[in-house]
Design a protein. Structure first.
Length: 121
């Protein structure tokens, strides 16, 4: 199929070949681009660059979102561990050391546990 690409005179046949083979599809796109007049070619190239830039930005945004989500999940896991340790009566400083949470974060959790305990009684 690839050998007939350059000798093909029918655009419809190019479309058919492009639909069957991604390499041919890229070649057809390139052929269309280089066949344009200078201004149309510059516009097509600018559009292609803009699309690549957008995809790059989206990819970076997705990666950043995943990273933040993982960090949030780790932090929430540490908070849950600290709650269990507080309910088991572990020392405040030991909880801070084990979880890496700040003293104020652990004290806030302790207050919430105490508040909940008073409501349940």
């Amino acid at each position: 199929m690839r050998g007939r690409f350059l000798t093909n005179e029918d655009d419809a046949r190019w479309e058919e070949m492009a639909n069957q083979d991604p390499i041919i599809e890229n070649a057809v796109d390139m052929l269309r681009t280089v066949s344009m007049d200078r201004e149309a070619r510059m516009l097509a190239e600018a559009r292609e660059k803009a699309l690549k830039d957008i995809n790059s930005i989206r990819g970076e945004g997705i990666e950043e979102g995943i990273k933040k989500g993982i960090e949030k999940g780790i932090k929430e896991g540490k908070r849950e561990d600290a709650k269990v340790m507080l309910m088991e009566g572990l020392d405040l400083h030991l909880i801070i050391k084990i979880t890496g949470l700040t003293e104020s974060e652990v004290l806030e959790l302790k207050d919430k546990i105490n508040l909940k305990g008073n409501i349940d009684e």
